[in-house]
Design a protein around this ligand. Sequence first.
Ligand code: ACM
Ligand code: ZN
Length: 620
Amino acid sequence: MASRLGMLIMCAMSLSSGAAAQTSAPANPVAIIPAPAEMKRLGREFTLQESTAILVQAGVPEVRVVGTYLAECVQAACGLKLPVEDQQVLELTRIPTNRIFLHLVPANPAVGDEGYGLSIVPEGVDIAAWRPAGLFHAVQTIRQLLPPEDGASAAARRLPCVQITDRPRYRWRGMLLDCGRHFMTKEFVKRYIDLLAYHKLNVLHWHLTEDQGWRIEIKKYPKLTEVGAWRQATRDDEQPRDAAGRYGGFYSQDEVREIVAYAKSRYVTIVPEIELPGHCVAALAAYPELSCTGGPFEVSPNWGVCEDVYCAGNDRVFEFLQDVLTEVMELFPSPYVHIGGDEVPKTRWKACPKCQARMKAECLIDERELQSYFVRRIESFLSSKGRRMIGWDEILEGGLPPHATVQSWRGMDGALATARAGHDVISSPTSHCYIDYPQGPDPQKPDFMGFITLEKIYGFEPTPGELTAEEAKHVLGAEANMWSEYAPQPLIDRQVFPRLCALAEVTWSPAERRDSGDFSRRMSAHYKQLDALGVAYYIPPPQLASPTTQFAEAFEMTFGPTFEGGEIRYTLDGTEPTKASAKYERPVRISETTVVKARTFLPNGRESEIAGFQLGKKPE
Ligand code: ACM
Ligand code: ZN
């Protein structure tokens, strides 16, 4: 499907794309996240009008689908209903006036599988890619270039003129969503697929089974969801969801198919995670005969690591897991299936005659090797069905199965060892990628989590520097992990955003393009886009500029920079600050022991958590 026009455009781009710098300074801010690989600002704008049309390369259905999606995005952003029309590519020698033209071009190393060229000039817009995925990513760039203004205003229709050649640094750009600890609705999962796509992320790692809940219908084992999907509530904000007063939920196979199809339409692959041999108490509550002790069990109402795991000495367990995985593979076309493999206590295996007999029969010297045996057996089953297995870095212990991909979470040593062993790896260390950890002081979270700030994730390097160039090819990319013990559905947005924006840039943009000052300038504009998408991102509570809260005579109460156009309101009498409380404008002199409570308020009505400080006189 070569287009002469496309080739001309791609050619012109590679000639003109030496500098990533933005040249002139037109009116609209250009704040694309993740930053494109190469971009030139051209000055001036292309204005969408009632008469603008979207042209799609005739005869390629996927291009029409992306063109139609672009029309929907434009309508949502600024109300214009643009027609989508077929265009014979070979008839064109230049971008037609007042048209947005989407088309494919021959294989081009400048853009690869997922990249694209985007040229916006005052007369029209050209979007060229080798694959439809690239066109789709270009649409996300256009969505971010449309100003987040009131849709009816002329300002909402102006696209700044740019020339972009873009492609991802890594092919695995993911987020884990833990629907095991807390069930999340089908609509919510779809919304997250959209938010991933908006940031050019392409993997949703869907954590579907846990000690606290089994979330996917398996026809052959109905009790997995009749029993395993429900538990007694474990937090004050968990409302019972079934007639028996239990908390939980699950996805029917029809709902899973709907979500998988939706993800496909957004160029996002869903990688299902079915945990084994541990983190499976919800399954054992339904089928206790799969354990070492025989139970009984209840779906775990507690967080943490449970001792009860699948029995490694019972062939019935492998039959069960193969049946489950067979249904899972029918639902998910992903080439990869994640099997967990993390945090498997060996207590039950040590005391179980069947597990000990297995170790003897298979000449396994310890329970670590028994775990490796378990995982290898599952890996060879998945391989026999043409799928690739991923496991957390514990699967390195006792020997890695032949074709396994490892997700490194306990630091980056697992990533290093895996790549050196010639296996593929996904980097998601707790130090940088655990977006369930707090961003600042948070009394709801356990202390061991520490803080992971936006800046910290922005500084993450998924490829360990010690690897040779050849070994480094095994680093597929990175993932942000959104575990949900402390974040049921309503709290997910503020954990994920803005930090997912940083992970998007880490995984998409070239390493040499990384610039934290530029990123934070772009984030300022991007928050408005997130507002328009209804994302309830984290708003940092006010911070005192001084590290100490003690004083001899008096304290100059000074707050650090206010978040993005917000204002700080505070009280000195211990009450909760409201919009009517004193506004912080300049340092405030305090000479008595005082409890300060302060909060950031944004113009859009959203507010931060309250920060509290006790200011006191130094002991004499
Ligand atoms: C994990 O956080 N247990 C993979
Ligand atoms: Zn056992």
